[in-house]
Design a protein around this ligand. Structure first.
Ligand SMILES: C[S@@+](CC[C@H](N)C(=O)[O-])C[C@H]1O[C@@H](n2cnc3c(N)ncnc32)[C@H](O)[C@@H]1O
Length: 340
């Protein structure tokens, strides 16, 4: 059996370098196999991403490595893949990938530029992939506290070692703050009413568990929609807020644009309209360039600072993929190429 890769501590984060072919450790297998993730838009995403088989790629959302593994299959021996995830469980699962072209770093994707600089590939990436949101293992593991279907401690942090848990937030936030989170990040129509119910309940007993919160929201929600648990939007709001998901996405898009090589591809898969709207606006802004120039002023194309070309239209999973993996149903993929 080969020894596992070198472990480097960098700025409080673990960095795993895959230096030689290793056999996976039993612990890593157990961690990864207990909850599985089916990658969404797998082949479409990698076909769009990998245009140069000897290029350097960055997968900002390793998860359980479905996309990363397919990228590696497309790469020649001189190709390289750097993958990131903020979740320690994803990093543990990544220990199963034994490939000397692969490196896995525990870091927020908002800091992908920093990782690219550390690796000496900033401005040289052939492609960046972001498959944002949560993974099935995160949702399915009750101890992570993401699911209103399974009981567990109300945590909801992708990296449970940092920031505030959902229980801590619900214990200290004002009613108005809770309502704002439900409304802004969950797009919940009855945010104020649900926030009031949470605050009423916590005055008697703290809200510490997922099913407890789900029950409070269910009881308070006045308009149940067919086929959707009444806690869905409020749970989504809490998760997006606690993990700073929209801010992370905005930062990662900017960072990716700088870190890509001219001609490099950006592929983003998002799972709800709050994310997709941002990706769409970002691509449109950089496709159009500096449109704030006064009308009628003659400008050459190169003065517009157009930095991206959109590649095709947005893509959604096929009916077959959705039937196979219902969690794929809201996915949207957008692809752009950095202009030379
Ligand atoms: C939808 S899953 C990705 C699945 C992956 N493409 C696969 O095929 O297995 C999203 C992953 O991104 C990670 N993630 C989400 N936001 C992140 C962020 N801001 N920085 C780093 N990782 C993040 C999550 O922890 C999760 O593991």
């Amino acid at each position: 059996m080969f020894a596992y890769a070198t472990l480097v501590i960098s700025d409080g984060y673990r960095v795993y370098f895959k230096c030689e072919n290793q056999m996976s450790s039993p612990e890593a297998e157990t961690a990864a196999d207990s909850f599985r993730h089916t990658s969404v838009l797998l082949h479409g995403a990698i076909d769009a991403l990998v245009q140069d088989a000897s290029g350097v790629y960055l997968d900002g959302t390793f998860g359980r490595g479905g996309h990363s593994r397919l990228i590696l299959e497309h790469l020649e021996p001189h190709g390289r893949l750097i993958a990131l995830d903020r979740d320690p469980e994803a990093i543990k699962a990544g220990q199963q990938v034994s490939d000397q072209r692969f490196q896995l770093v525990q870091r927020d994707f908002a800091r992908l530029g920093e990782v690219a600089r550390e690796q000496g590939v900033h401005g040289r990436l052939s492609g960046v992939l972001l498959d944002v949101g949560v993974s099935s293992p995160q949702l399915d593991d009750p101890s992570r506290g993401f699911s209103f279907m399974r009981d567990g401690p109300l945590d909801m942090r992708m990296d449970p070692t940092r920031g505030e848990s959902a229980a801590e937030f619900l214990a200290r936030a004002s009613e108005a703050e809770i309502a704002r989170v439900f409304k802004t990040y969950g797009e919940e129509r009855f945010a104020k009413r649900l926030a009031r119910a949470v605050v009423d309940r916590r005055s008697k007993q703290p809200v510490t568990h997922t099913l407890d919160l789900a029950e409070i929201l269910k009881t308070a929600h006045p308009a149940w929609e067919k086929g959707r648990h009444p806690a869905t939007k409020a749970f989504q709001g809490l998760r997006i807020f606690l993990n700073g998901e929209l801010e992370q996405l905005d930062a990662a898009l900017d960072e990716a644009l700088e870190a890509l090589a001219p001609g490099g591809h950006l592929v983003v898969i998002s799972f709800h309209s709050l994310e997709d709207r941002r990706v769409k606006r970002f691509i449109r802004y950089h496709v159009r360039g500096d449109t704030h120039l006064p009308r009628g002023v003659p400008v050459r194309d190169d003065q517009l600072n157009r930095r991206l070309e959109a590649v095709g239209k947005s893509q959604r999973p096929s009916a077959v993929e959705i039937a196979d993996n219902p969690r794929a149903r809201s996915a949207v993929m957008r692809v752009a190429r950095k202009r030379a």
